[in-house]
Design a protein around this ligand. Structure first.
Ligand code: XMP
Length: 328
């Protein structure tokens, strides 16, 4: 893969010449492939002068925060700090049921937390005599560049958590986007060459608002916990069955309804988990995934037995369009 090899060398040289001998760079990471590849490139180019920030918004997947810490921080050696803001996000989500309001709340809280962390890092850099923060790293890909030029429709809300214009202005930061000429498959091969673990490279996309838009209706810590545990079991079984790479995106959603069930000689009245799995190349259109029935059976049994509060599991057989991939 000589093209990607030479891309790495050229891009590292370019980053070094743009950032210079003393400047520092800040960037948010999510554990997704784009932000991770961008972060590893920065680390290779300027070492610890790149400061990565992971904002724990309380609606990430089970164990995900810990995993990102281990992979990016310990294994890949990135100068990473994790800001636990779960309480802030969850308290602002209290009582909110409208999907777009949830997105807005999470997007705004993210910018607020990230901005305040960037100021802290800047002050620390100044105090320790290392260069001030001059750049903001973004893992923007070529399709994102095109999209933001060509259409100002719903994508403006989809990418709203990336809207850090205020930060750029306020701190007079310049944007640095090492992936802006690459497509997703190129970013993946680049990531593999940079030594990023396989499971991170092939991770399904995860929306910025996370589990908050997969808990339908009001988001409470208890509801997040149910959705999170069901999702973990679902993904674990998909991986065990060797289907993870075949599926483009899969997740469990918690529906805001109760249904009657029976357990022993007791009547139950509990919640419903909806499983979603789709195959797609561009996420603009998608087909629902045809699971072998035995696998669905195992997943359903495990979720109902292991996740307290759930007595029914349903499988979503809707294609996009007209249905979207997310339920909210
Ligand atoms: P839909 O639900 O519109 O999703 O078919 C298409 C793709 O976009 C992801 N998605 C989001 N990603 N913030 C994100 O970062 C969002 O608010 C958001 N909403 C949807 C979704 O997971 C799917 O991959």
């Amino acid at each position: 893969n000589w093209t990607m090899d030479s891309f790495i060398d050229k891009e590292i040289d370019r980053i070094r010449s743009v950032v210079g001998e003393s400047g520092s760079v800040v960037g948010a990471v999510s554990g997704g492939v784009d932000s991770t590849v961008a972060a590893v490139l920065m680390k290779r180019a300027i070492g610890d002068r790149f400061h990565a920030v992971l904002v724990d918004n309380g609606v990430m997947r089970l164990n995900e925060c810990q995993q990102v810490k281990e992979t990016l921080g310990s294994s890949l050696g990135i100068n990473l700090r994790v800001v636990d803001s779960s309480e802030l996000f969850l308290s602002r989500l209290k009582g909110v049921t409208d999907p777009e309001k949830k997105r807005k709340i999470i997007g705004n809280a993210f910018i607020e937390v990230f901005e305040s962390e960037a100021h802290k890092i800047d002050a620390e850099c100044e105090a320790s005599g290392s260069g001030k923060i001059e750049f903001l790293l973004q893992g923007t890909l070529y399709p994102d560049v095109i999209e933001s030029i060509s259409f100002k429709g719903p994508s403006a809300t989809i990418k709203s958590h990336h809207n850090v214009g205020g930060l750029l202005e306020d701190m007079r930061l310049k944007l640095i986007e090492p992936l802006r000429e690459l497509f997703k498959d190129e970013v993946r091969s680049l990531g593999l060459l940079l030594g990023i673990p396989d499971d991170l490279i092939w991770r399904h996309p995860f929306p910025g608002p996370g589990i908050a838009i997969r808990v339908l209706g009001e988001v409470t810590p208890e509801q997040v916990e149910i959705a999170r545990n069901a999702d973990y079991i679902y993904i674990e079984e998909i991986k065990k069955a060797g289907l993870y790479k075949k599926i483009s995106q899969a997740y469990a959603a918690l529906l805001p309804v109760r249904s009657v069930g029976v357990m022993g000689d007791m009547r139950t009245y509990e919640q419903v988990i909806a499983l979603r799995a789709v195959e797609t190349t561009d996420f603009m259109t998608a087909d629902w995934f045809e699971f072998p029935p035995t696998i669905l059976k195992r997943i359903s049994n495990r979720i109902i037995n292991e996740v307290r509060g759930v007595n029914r599991v349903v499988y979503d057989i809707s294609s996009k369009p007209p249905s979207t991939i997310e339920w909210e």
